[in-house]
Design a protein around this ligand. Structure first.
Ligand SMILES: Cc1cc2nc3c(=O)[nH]c(=O)nc-3n(C[C@H](O)[C@H](O)[C@H](O)COP(=O)(O)OP(=O)(O)OC[C@H]3O[C@@H](n4cnc5c(N)ncnc54)[C@H](O)[C@@H]3O)c2cc1C
Length: 373
C-alpha cells in the first residue's frame, strides 16, 4: 500500500505515524514544499495544548479539544510541560460576559479554580471580571522540530511543492514532475486544503500571515496569562523558559481571501512583519494589559488558515474525502486524532474490487491527463 502525504507538519507526521502503525509494510511518502520539515505553523504557534478555555464562542471547538487532550497527552507526553499557573482572565468588556464564559465552561465540565485578580499582574484589574487557573499544558515545539520526524519511516521529499492532485488516479504533480500512483493521498498542507477537491467539497477558508514574539519574560517559566475574549493579549510558555507574546489585534499582519495572494507574500513574510512593526505592536499591546517585562529572542511569522464563514472564533478540524484523496482542515494541534481517526475509519485496504477506486489502472494516459506546465 502506497500513501502520499502533503505537508511535513505536525498533522502530516502524526497521520504518517498512525498509518504506519495500522498497516505494517505500508510505504508512506511525505511531500514538503520547504527545505526542512516542521517549520510551519505546527512549530511556530502559541504552544498551547488546548482544553477549550480559549473558545467560549465555539462549543464544537471545545468539544474537539476535550476529545483530543488526553489522547494527545498519552501519545505526545514527551513534548509537553505542565503550566502550573495558567491563568485565563475574562474582561467585563469582552465579547462574552463573565457569566456566559463560566456557563459555557461549566456546561463542558471543564475543571478550573477561580483566583484573585492580581493588581501586580493586570494593569486594569477593575476591568477583569474573573480569573481562572486551568490545567492546560504547553507544547515544546523545539523538541517537536527535533524529534517528531524520527517517529516515522516515511520517505520525505523536501523542496517539493505539490501543485496538482489527481484524486481519481492517485497522482501528484510538482512542477513538471509526476509522483504516483498512490493508493491514497492525504492533504495535510494546512494552507492548501482545497487542492484536488471538487468545488462542491471546498472548505470555505481565508488566510492570514501572523506574527508572534518569542521572548524571555518576567513571568515564571511555568506561568501563562491569557485575557479573554476579544482584542486582548496572551503570554504563554514555549520552551527553554521562554514565552510567546501574542495580540489578537496585532498578531495577524495581513489577511487574504485567496491562497495565491498569501503564497506570493509568504517568502517575504519576515520583511512584511518588520514593515508592519509587528514586534513593537505586539509588545506594546501586551504591556498595555499586563505588567510583564520581556526581551525578544525571535519573531515568528507564519501562515494561518481560518474558516471564512466563522462568526464564533472556531478552530475545527475536519476531513473531506474525494476518491483517493483525504483532505484535512487542520484546526488545532490537539485535534490531530480527530483527523487520523476519520482517515483510518474510511481507508480500506485492500481496496474492495467493487469500489470506484479499484477500477483505475495507472497508465501513461494518466500522466497525459495531468496538466503539465
Ligand atoms: C499564530 C498561530 C498560533 C497558533 N497557536 C496554536 C496553539 O497554541 N495551539 C494549537 O493547537 N494550535 C495553534 N495554532 C494552529 C496550529 O498551528 C495549526 O492548526 C496546525 O499546526 C496546522 O497543522 P500543521 O502543524 O500540520 O501545519 P504546518 O506546520 O503549517 O505544516 C504544513 C506543511 O505543509 C507544507 N505545505 C503547504 N502547502 C504545500 C504544498 N502544496 N505542497 C507541499 N507542502 C506544502 C508547509 O510548508 C508546511 O510545512 C496556531 C496557528 C497560528 C498561525
Amino acid at each position: 500500500m502506497r500513501v502520499a502525504i502533503l505537508g511535513a507538519g505536525f498533522f502530516g507526521f502524526h497521520i504518517a505515524h498512525q498509518l504506519e502503525r495500522r498497516y505494517p509494510g505500508i510505504e508512506v511518502e511525505i511531500f514538503e514544499k520547504d527545505a526542512r520539515p516542521l517549520r510551519g505553523a505546527g512549530t511556530h504557534n502559541q504552544c498551547r495544548l488546548h482544553m477549550g478555555f480559549h473558545y467560549p464562542r465555539s462549543g464544537y471547538t471545545i468539544y474537539q479539544s476535550i476529545m483530543g487532550f488526553d489522547r494527545f497527552v498519552a501519545e505526545y507526553g514527551e513534548f509537553l510541560s505542565d503550566v502550573g499557573d495558567n491563568l485565563y482572565a475574562v474582561r467585563h468588556d469582552g465579547l462574552v460576559s463573565v457569566e456566559a464564559y463560566l456557563a459555557v465552561m461549566d456546561a463542558f465540565h471543564l475543571r478550573y479554580e477561580t483566583v484573585p485578580v492580581s493588581p501586580d499582574l493586570f494593569r486594569d484589574p477593575d476591568g477583569i471580571g474573573v480569573v481562572l487557573r486551568v490545567p492546560e499544558r504547553s507544547i515544546d515545539v523545539q523538541s517537536v522540530r527535533e524529534r517528531l520526524a524520527g517517529r516515522v519511516a516515511a520517505r520525505l521529499h523536501t523542496w517539493c511543492r505539490i501543485d496538482e492532485i489527481d484524486a481519481a488516479r492517485g497522482m501528484l504533480r510538482s512542477g513538471s514532475q509526476l509522483f504516483g500512483p498512490f493508493d491514497y493521498i492525504v492533504n495535510a498542507s494546512y494552507t492548501d486544503p482545497n487542492l484536488g477537491l471538487p468545488e462542491n467539497l471546498h472548505f470555505a477558508i481565508k488566510w492570514e500571515l501572523t506574527a508572534l514574539v518569542l521572548a524571555t519574560t518576567s513571568l515564571a517559566p511555568d506561568a501563562a496569562v491569557t485575557i479573554m475574549d476579544g482584542e486582548y493579549v496572551s503570554v504563554y510558555p514555549a520552551y527553554g523558559g521562554m514565552h510567546t507574546l501574542s495580540s489578537v489585534a496585532h498578531t495577524p499582519i495581513r489577511r487574504y481571501t485567496t491562497r495565491d495572494e498569501m503564497i506570493a507574500d509568504y517568502p517575504r513574510r519576515l520583511e512584511l512583519a518588520n514593515r508592519a512593526g509587528a514586534e513593537a505592536a505586539i509588545a506594546d499591546d501586551v504591556a498595555r494589559h499586563l505588567n510583564v517585562q520581556h526581551d525578544t529572542k525571535e519573531l515568528w511569522v507564519t501562515a494561518k488558515t481560518k474558516l471564512a464563514t466563522d462568526m464564533g472564533d472556531s478552530r475545527v478540524t475536519e476531513v473531506r474525502r474525494h476518491d483517493r484523496l483525504f483532505s484535512v482542515l487542520c484546526g488545532k494541534i490537539d485535534a490531530v486524532f480527530e483527523a487520523s481517526d476519520t482517515i483510518l475509519q474510511e481507508m480500506t485496504w485492500p481496496i474492495p474490487p467493487d469500489s470506484p477506486q479499484a477500477s483505475v489502472t495507472p497508465d501513461s494516459a494518466m500522466a497525459a491527463s495531468l496538466r503539465t506546465p
